[in-house]
Every structure is written in C-alpha cells, then in structure tokens.
Write a protein that binds this ligand. Sequence first.
Ligand code: GAL
Length: 966
Amino acid sequence: MADRVWDTPEVTGWRRVTAHAVRHDLDEPDRRLPLDGTWRFQLLDNPSSPIGDDWASILVPGAWTMQDAGGSDLPHYTNVTMPWPGAPLLLPEHNPTGVHERDFDVPAAWAGRRVVLHVGAAESVLFARVNGVDVGLGKDSHLASEFDITAAVRPGEVNTIRLTVVKWSDASAIEDQDQWWHAGLTRSVFLYSTASTYLGDLRVVAAANGSLQVDVRVLTTGPVLPEGWRVTATLDGRPVPLDTAHEQEQIDVDRVSDWWAEPRFSTVVPDVVPWSDETPSLWTLTVVLHDCDGAESDRTTTRVGFRDVEISGRDLLVNGVRVMIRGVNRHDFDPRTGRTATASQMRADLVLMKRYGFNAVRTSHYPNDPVLLDLADELGLYVVDEANIEAHDHAHEIADDVRYLPAFVDRVARMVSRDRNHPSVIIWSLGNESDYGANHDAAAGWLRRADPTRPLQYEGAIKDNWTGGLAGSDIVCPMYPSLAQIVEHARSGSQNRPLIMCEYSHAMGNSNGTLAEHWAAIETTPGLQGGFIWEFWDHGILQRLSDGRPAGPASASFWRDGAVESGYRWAYGGDFGDTPNDGTFCADGLVFPDRTPKPAMDEHRELASPIRLSDAGDGQVRIVNRGSFRSLGWLRAVWELDGQRVPMTLPDLGPGQEAVVPIPSGVGGPGVEQWLTLCVAVGRDQPWAPVGTEIASPQIQLRPALPAPARTGGTPAEVDDDGLLVHPAFAVAPRLSLWRAPTDNDRIGGQAERWRRLGLPDPERRVIAIRRESDRTVVDAVYETSMGPVSHRQTTHLFGNIVFVSEEVTLPDGLDDVPRVGTVLQLTAGFDEMSWFGHGPRDTYPDRHVGGPVGEYRVRIDDAFTPYLRPQESGGRHGVRRLRMTGPDTPSVELTMDQPRQTSVTRFTAADLDQATHHDELTPRPESVVHLDAAHRGLGTASCGPDTLPEYLVNAGTYRWEWTLS
Ligand code: GAL
C-alpha cells in the first residue's frame, strides 16, 4: 500500500480508468462479471495494522458500520463538526480500515481481452489489489473507481481480489456533509471486459428541435489503433449518419492520436417530442464498434432525451418555457444499509416524489447512484447533479488550499464525465457549504469548457446581496432565505440570474409551515422559480434495542406507517454512543425512514396540483391547466359535493389555458356548509402512476355554515370544589392549555426554552370565584406565568344532556407568541375511533392545511397521531367543526365548536410527548387526550430557516371560544 496517501489531498486517485459515460453496469452477461455478495472481511485498527488470519464475512455492497462484521465501528452522525478535532489532515490514530477479500473465476474466454474492475463506491479511500498486485487507488466516496486489471488477472483460473477501504482520510474533510458517517463498499463491484480496442466514451447532445450529435471516443491499449475498424450508431434502430465533416466511419480517419479516435455522428430527428418533466420521451441510442471483419467488438446503449436548457435573463428555460422547480433534496439512504439502495428502492423514492407533485431532485450532496439518473430520465424529474464536495467544518481553509485544488476539479470533472448524457440533469452543482474560493472557480472553469450545454450553480458563490459570484454560479440558489428576502430580491431591480432556492422549508419533525405562502409568492413574482425542500429522507437507522446495534441489511421489514415494531426503534445521532453528534438533526425529511410520507407531503401535493380551481361567480368555476408542456388529456376528474361523486369531463386545455364550467348541483340545503372538490386522477398510465391514481383535490367553498344561534337559559352545570367541570365522559376535566409538546422547530428554533421560562407547560391554577347562577355556572381562575396571571373565565350551561361551554382568556401584555390557547381534557377509556368535519384526513395546522381538503373523516384514535422520530406535538386537525368519539362499549361523545377550530385527539398528553426522546419510551394512554384550541401557533420551519409568519403567532390579548359536549 502506497505510503500514507490517505492523508495526501494532492493524490485523488492512482491508475484509474478515465471517467466516462459508457455504461457497463447494465446487463451484459458475456462481458460483465458481478462480484456482489458475501466477501471475507477484517477490520483493522488503522491502515498500517497487520492483516491477521481471522476473517469475518460481510455483504458487498454494504457499509461495515451497518453490519455485524463492523464490530464496534458504528454509524456516527454529525452535521458540521468533524468527528475529530484539529486540522483536516490531523487524522485520528484509530482509523478503521476494512479489508474485503474474495475469490472469483475469470472466464477463460476473457484471455487476451482487457479486463476492468469497477468499484461503484468506497468510503473514503479505496486500495485495490488483484492476485497480490496493487492495481490502483481511488478517492470520492460517491463515484466509481475503475482499474485496468488485465495484467493482474488470470482468465480460466481462480483469482483473489482485495479491496481495502480506509475510513478517515484527507477526503473526509471535503465529505463533511450533514449525514451519518459510514465506511465501506457502498455500491456494486463488478468486472467487465472489452477487446484491447474499445469504446472509451460517449457524448450525446440532443436538442428540442431534434438535432442530435454523438461523439464517440475509441481507445486502444495497444500501441496503435487497428486498421479497418469502424463505429456505427443507431437511434431506436435507425442509423445515425456520420457528421458530414467526417467522411467515413473508419476510425483511422477520425484519429486524434495513434491510440485515440473520435468519430462524430449527427442527424436531425423529425417531430421529436422534447423531453421534459411532463413528457419524458426517450430514444435508445446504440453505438457499436466493429472490427476489421465487420464483427461487433464493443457496444453501448444510452437513453436519449431531446431537450434544451438555457438561461434567459432571470429565467431558467426548459425547451423555451419558464418552468417551476418543485424540487426536493435527496441523499442515498436506507434505514438498514445506511447508503446502499437497490434500483427498485430508488424507483420507489422517485415514484413517490412524482405522485406528490415534485418535478426535481437535487442529489444532495454528491453524485447519487447512477441508476437514480436513469430513473429520473424515465419518470421525468429535473436533476441538479451535485459534486461530492462539502468542506463544511474547514470550509474557509480548504476553498483556497492549493493542496485540495486537484480534488475539487477531479470531483466535478468525474461527475460530469459520468452523467453528461442524462437529459434529466439540467444543472450541475459544484458541491455544498464549502465557502467560496479559487478551487471552486477552477472547477467551474473546467466545467464551463467541458459542458457548455448546462448552467451550473453553487450556493456558496452567491455573495454581495446575491448579485456576485457570477463565475461560480449561474443561479441565485440561496438556502433557507425568508419569503420576504426572495420577494424583495426579485423586486429589487438587481436580480441578475434565476432564483431557485437550493434548500428551503426544512422538513424536520412536524414542519413545513407556510409552504402555501411560499408558493403563492413564487408563482406571482417574476424572477422566482421555486426550489428544493430540505429534504426527502428522515435518516433514522433501524436499531435493535436488545444490543443497540443497527438491525442491518438482512433484517426484515419491522415497520408500518413510520412506526417500528417493539424491540426496534429509529435511531438518530448519539444512539450508537457516537460523540460528538447532532442528535435528531438528521431526521429532517418529508418521509419516514421507511418512506412513509409525512403529512407535509400532502401539502406539497396539493400546491403542485396540475389543475387549479377558483370561483368564477354566477354558479361557475374556473379551471386552469397549470402544466407547462401538456394539455389536460392525461388526467381525469370527478366532482365531489355533499359527500357524493358527480362525473365531469375535463375541458381540453393546453398548458396555461383556462375555462369556466358550471358548478354541479348538490343536495345540501341552505345553511349547510358546502365545499366543491375536484378529485383529480391520472387518466392515462404514467411511468410513475397507473390510471386512477389520485394526485390532487383542489377545493372551493360554495357556502359557509350559518353561525350557531346563541344559547341562553338552561341549567347550571356541575363543577367540583376546584371549579372543574364534572361529567361522566371525562377522565380529566377540561382546563386551559397554553402549551404544546415542542416540535423540532420549537425546540431548535428556541421557542420551547422561552415557553418553559414563561411557565407555560404547567402554570399554577388558582380559583378566584365559583358562581352558580340560575342558568349557568361561572368559574373564574387565573393561571400564573412569569409575565403575570392569565385570566380564564369558563361559563357552563346544561341543556338536557348537552353541556355548553363558553370560555374567555386574556393573556397579559407581553405574553406574546405562545404555542396555543385552548381547552385540554381527557375522555375516559373506551373510545377507539374519531370522526370529524374539517380538514383531513391527516394532520393539518394553521400554516399547513391546504393539503387536507375539508370533509367528513374517520380514523382510529391510535392512528390519529404521526410518530415523528422525536416525539412532539402531532395529530392536529385544522378547521374542525365537530368531533365524534366512538367505542364498542361506550356511548359516543360529540364535541362541536362555535367555528372551525384547531383540534387533536391522541393517546398522549403534551407532557408525555415532551418527556420522551424516542417512541419506544411512550406508552399510549387508554384515555383520549383532546385539545380544542381557540388559537394555535403555526409550525414554521425554524429548526433551520424562517419561522412561521406573524399572522400565525398567538399573542397577548383576549380569546373567546365556545364548544358543546353531547
Ligand atoms: C443545510 C445543509 C444540509 C443540511 C441542512 C439542515 O445547511 O446544506 O446539508 O444540513 O442545512 O438540515
């Protein structure tokens, strides 16, 4: 092993095959030898430790940190902080080093042929050795390393391969992304074989007007290219002619040097349907290398999409159209393997994104598995392809450090060389959170020359009020700006590039408040074009509670709807004894670790609806096609009114067109609240959804409910000596609640601490007076907070078996921004279902309810709660008019509100949730904990980025609300 190259940033690789876009990972039975499976494994203390005789076994691909073979080297989570202190090259003495070994047979037919070893990904430095011969080394944990092993392999015999992976290296400091640290071989390993003259690279440029240019690179390992070999190209079986500038396809005519030829093919394909997120049309390009007898010697295929990407002023245009980027950031992640994902898992990710209205992915923060790009091409997702460069903890030192210059350029160049032919890739990214330095401009310089067909972006470059850093970014791509900031920039007159947020709306826990306001502004402000939500995954690792280890790749599915079975839990930072760590900050995705979508996904889905509905007056409704490239023919829809489905035919509208149609007649009478919903479904099979898949339910209110008539009279309700209401349905009588179990946003954003200091979780209650009048009971109480007493008056009447409660609360001056003002009570055990009229079916909140159409819903109380990785406020239902709880052996209870209110019914009190750090610490109560809120604070996204908007705060003042129980 070369001496200490693992702490030498100048060395990015040794004897690697030049990165290229010729695919060998696809099925090629005669020319490809998969080496995935069980390997021998030893974990050394550091790269210099001797290798012993004791071998364990390990699954490849698979990080050792997720397998028993990894021993005590377990996953470690940090965001910015490096796992060791000091300078980037001051590597820890204990530097786990995994030796992976296996034997394999090389087909005898490969004798005399070139043989290449492909290692899909190794974290973080790879040393490769075949039959005792060092064949090369590679860095960059998220790109393949390939080595020509022709001289080392013995076809027809048993061979031995050893892949040694060193965990900590100079590269770690530029792979300091916010995610778990792992180590090992995380993508597939295989061999492939070619003749000594072979297809070395392929560059495809296909434009929306149908023009196609294919540059093929033919290379030889011999001293000179053989005579009489030639290359042909076909597109969907039809020949693509050689470029007229080149006379024939004899490779010696296109010879660049003795060992390198570059024939170019070009054509114009008539009537192409340009590739876009909505119309992902693909053609198959096949390039064949023929020997001097005309026999096929090498072949490669690639999928081609014809499309244009350009920037015009401050608009990013795809095929000439200003498209909205409804994006999400995605890591390669799996709760059992850490990083390794199969093609079908990646497909499931992207299918889910499409079904929830996403049209773009940023491969944060490194080139994802190459299969992901095939899938994005096929399903129709725009990709920001990001280089594996994040020097976060040492950003300032590294961005200008000449020793790291080769790595910056190498990582960008190798990514581009791999991914340039994918139509889905519309923007390159130079990496993430690494300050901005000369190394970035060097990489950008290489990239602009090598691929002038796409823009590039880098968040760190957008200095000087977002007007500077033009060399480093063609896009203003800030992270977590406030809504006001982006709107102001777009209106400032100084915006000089498209504005697409590389990260926004941090999805940690119960979050993504104000997404609707963001999209209202984006869609109406020229210069704004969307962004990428942070992020897709909650990076919770499936952990066995018996021994605290990762459950590992072989474990079965132990989960349902985000919750894991007993004996397991979703682990986050610190749960493997990892220090330093950043706790739950890795659990900040729109989906649970098992890919169950969180309620925030519903919000995004509705905001991305391909159809918009609005009231056009005169009994008519306006329908708008919000697509960019297609008419509404791919959809079908039905009306839903008064609980009934009414058939409808969608008008044939082109992109952006609108029409007015009559409102269907309903059955509801006057005074009854009425909502019209358009249930929109896929009408023609899509690669991501079969016909009938519902993808949006835009809704308008046709008739508000009449306010409930004021109640007077009745008889006084019974209260106990403390003035608390007595009723057989109550396990705990109603009281005032001013607090919620802090969400991740409340906790990390600092509100939770302030609320505790104010005394809101459990304020002392003092009864001032209890008055029993002829028709009512009036209880005056105060709740002590550190800003002074909160006065609370509760008035109760009885009408037969209906209890009528009217409440009034005054928060003293200065008691601003509290989580809620409302009633909390517990119903006796025995209720197992709840039904309600309001937003639903899943959790909705004041600043996140567009995704929950108003309607009548029913759910099991056990399921009315979303199990965010760290327990927190959850289960809210917004705009609820009435709630009914039922159980098999209990008379049902109905609660009605004076006006639509925020409510929740769960098995947990706020204190239960607040005290637990993981779900396995929670025991559901048999009682039902009910909250009826006069006001509930918005969720915002303050765990990283802007908090909710001022209109969603609960401030000092007087609140009145009324409810009945029957
Ligand atoms: C960004 C960063 C992400 C992640 C996020 C917070 O600054 O690019 O990797 O850390 O914040 O979750």
